[in-house]
Write a protein that binds this ligand. Sequence first.
Ligand code: UDP
Ligand code: MG
Length: 307
Amino acid sequence: MLLSIVIPVYNEAGNLQLTLQALQSELCKVGCDSEIVFVNDGSTDESQGILSGLAAADSTIKVLNFSRNFGQQAAITAGLDFASGDAVVIMDADLQDPPEILADMVKLYQQGYDVVSAQRVSREGEGLFKRLTASAFYWIMQRAVDRRIVPEVGDFRLLSRAAVLALRRFREQHRFMRGLVAWLGLKEAILPFRRSPRAAGETKYTLFKMIRLAWTAVASFSALPLRLSIAAGVALSLAGFGYFLFALYAALVLGRVVPGWTSLVFLQCLFSGVTLLALGLIGDYVARIYEEIKNRPLYVVSEILNA
Ligand code: UDP
Ligand code: MG
């Protein structure tokens, strides 16, 4: 069998050699044919030069250079489009995903699993904030995206040919690969591992990027936020109507004509706030529909080496 390894790369000059060495020594142990597909996602450091050198020295190393940065999800998509293996493993370029568990992944694949997902049982070198936001992320993903999403499973996983062929058919712009894999519903095995700190360099995922990914995931899988805004609108309207009845009662029965300026201003702000929020939400979905309908390519490859 042929095993493909897909690695998205964005400014990982300090990690590429290390990752490749660790990977190749594990691939020898796995004992099947292999190819490594590096997808250079518009790196601005020396990554491109290093990758060209690696590809020149070894024809099983394939390199796709993007014309600019398209994001990790697009890089993974390109890797899956080009990989020709019977099974494909997606992993990071920073050695946070240990190649040592590749052999176990392949064993599970040979037992008939279409998806073998690696689950982080520990996160070394990551602070309390990252851990808390990560658990909040998976909590929301299970509820708003797909309940088959397994907590602490990232993009590090093995996919069978069947899973890869199915994933290639998704051409949506706003992509969340973990959600797509869960959506397939193929037979999945979970393999626990300890996640080590980055070998070199810094994480490319700032808080803003993580929030953006989470919102993409939610908005591309469900219309729940739109429906929630209907519920909020109904609840607030009922509360407003109740307040109106109370004001009538106070004026007609109690004879208390309330000056009421403060409460009016308060209600005005509250209602226009909620209205704007709901409009913004609808606007966001409409913008996503617009981007989807344009049907642009998901990435642009400027150079392909060894493929
Ligand atoms: N990456 C990418 N494009 C981007 C951001 C990241 O291809 O725009 C790659 C990056 O080089 C790495 C992987 O995606 O191989 C995961 O990124 P990172 O390690 O920064 O994320 P973290 O592990 O901190 O969540
Ligand atoms: Mg990483």
